[in-house]
Structures are given as C-alpha cells and as structure tokens.
Design a protein around this ligand. Structure first.
Ligand SMILES: NC(=O)c1ccc[n+]([C@@H]2O[C@H](COP(=O)([O-])OP(=O)(O)OC[C@H]3O[C@@H](n4cnc5c(N)ncnc54)[C@H](OP(=O)(O)O)[C@@H]3O)[C@@H](O)[C@H]2O)c1
Length: 239
C-alpha cells in the first residue's frame, strides 16, 4: 500500500494502522526525515518515499519507486491536503495555485502514476475529503479548501467512471485534532470562526483523533466490496 501525505497528521495514523494490520507500506511526502522516523517505528516492510505532489516528475518517480520496492500496488491512499483560512478577497493566484495543485491536481497526478499498477491488482484508491465540501451553505472562512475538496470529490468519481477495475473511495472527514493543518492559521481569526461554526451547529463540541480515521480507512480497505463514498465525524460531546 502507498500512503501519500504520511509525514504528519491523519496520513501518518493511516499508515501506522495499516502497518499494524500487516500491510507492506510505502509512505510518501516532502519531508523525508519525518518519513524515515515513521518507517523506523512501523512493523514489516516500510519504505519512505520523498514526493512533492505539486511536481509531476516527482509524482511519477516517487510512485514508480514505491511500486518497484513493494513489488506492485494493491492500494493507494491520498491523505495530502492544505487549507487556508482566508477570505476570497485576500486569495491571490499563488494561494489558488497552492490549494488546487496540492488538493486536486496532485491527486490526479499521483493516481495517474499509480493507475496501471492498481489496474493490474484490481486494487483500491482512497482520497481524504472533508465534510465541509457537503455543507450547505458552506462554512465561512474556508472558501479555497471547500472549492478544492468539492473538485476532488468529482475528480475521484470521474476516475471511477474511467477505471471500473479499481475501487475508488472518497472519505469525507469531520474535524480532527492532532494534525498540522491549521498550524499557520491566525488563532484570533480561527477563534472567531469556530464560535460561528459552533453557533451554526457545524461543530459537535469535540474533534476526532487521527487514529480514528486510520481505523476507518483500514476497515474500508478490508471490505471486499467497493465503498464509493464514506464519511466519519466526531460524536457529539456529552452535554
Ligand atoms: N484535520 C482535519 O480536521 C481534517 C478534516 C477533514 C479532512 N482533512 C483532510 O485530511 C487530510 C490530512 O490532513 P491533516 O489534518 O492530517 O493535515 P497535516 O497534518 O497538515 O498533513 C498533511 C500531509 O500532507 C502532506 N503534503 C502537503 N503538501 C504536500 C505536497 N506538496 N507534496 C506531498 N505531500 C504534501 C504533508 O507532508 P509534507 O509537508 O512532509 O509534504 C503531510 O504529510 C487532508 O486531505 C485534509 O484535507 C483533515
């Protein structure tokens, strides 16, 4: 299995859970040292792969390396993602490029590099989306993120139409803590937004642990049937 975006947060937990369950793992992201420390902790076969999803050659090279070192590919997990907390009027072209290249184009390029191996194994491909892509009206403050995750979900459905031999899944994930996604956000702005999201009933009073998403993805991959769309959200905090 190949988990892209495994150097931190949810992707790291997915790789750890899958490895504990006996999968041979390749783990990819830009920060190789993080991946090397992860593979040192994993059980069985664990291969670190340096890969930047915004660079097409890097996607091709990294995925080919993973396939060669694993001797094929039965599953791909795309756990890469960036999010910014900026209003649309502040979103310049570089912000848009970073968001779409990372969350959407990167997913297409990594899948393209893996598709022959996944076809050969009649394998599976799982992509992490967000519940914010299906909220109506959408959450204030997350415009670029919501736009890219909505595009990602359609992209995955389009891959499924063209490659029926592969089982494609989008996992719509709720608010999760212990990740690096919001590290560079303005905490004052975030506090104000969280107040609004809670009052609108969009947040449930608690967040999930990345481990819960890892177990959910492992369950999806263990199911012999294809699960096109799946969702995991926190339980409500006790009153
Ligand atoms: N946290 C949440 O509340 C939440 C909720 C819903 C959905 N999600 C989704 O879950 C996924 C994981 O999010 P997270 O919260 O775990 O975020 P995170 O802790 O920031 O991890 C993001 C991962 O993406 C990798 N990445 C970013 N840019 C990359 C690039 N150009 N090339 C290769 N890898 C890149 C990072 O590795 P490097 O920096 O080492 O490259 C890192 O491993 C994302 O798709 C996110 O949208 C998260």
């Amino acid at each position: 299995m190949l988990v892209v975006g495994a150097s931190a947060g949810i992707g790291r937990s997915i790789a750890a859970v899958l490895s504990r369950e006996g999968a041979d793992m390749a783990v990819a992201a830009r920060r190789l040292s993080r991946l090397e420390s992860l593979t040192g902790e994993l059980e069985g076969v664990a291969v670190p792969i340096e890969l930047d999803v915004r660079d097409e050659a890097s996607c091709q090279r990294g995925v080919a390396d993973a396939i060669e070192r694993l001797g094929g590919l039965d599953a791909l997990v795309y756990a890469v993602g960036v999010a910014s907390l900026v209003p649309l009027r502040e979103a310049d072209a570089e912000r848009w490029r970073e968001a779409f290249e990372t969350n959407v184009v990167g997913a297409a390029l990594v899948t393209r590099a893996a598709v022959d191996a996944l076809s050969a194994s009649r394998g599976r491909a799982v992509y992490l989306s967000s519940i914010s892509a299906s909220e109506h009206p959408p959450r204030a403050g997350l415009a670029l993120y919501v736009a890219t995750k909505t595009a990602l979900e359609k992209l995955v459905a389009l891959w499924q139409v063209e490659h029926r031999e592969i089982g494609f899944t989008t996992v719509s994930v709720g608010d999760t803590g212990g990740t690096e996604m919001a590290l560079d956000w303005d905490m004052a702005v975030l506090g104000e937004k969280i107040g609004r999201w809670v009052s609108e009933g969009r947040m449930f009073g608690r967040v999930m642990e990345p481990e819960a998403i890892g177990r959910h993805v492992a369950d999806l991959l263990a199911n012999s049937e294809s699960v096109p769309v799946s969702s995991i959200t926190p339980r409500f905090a006790a009153d």
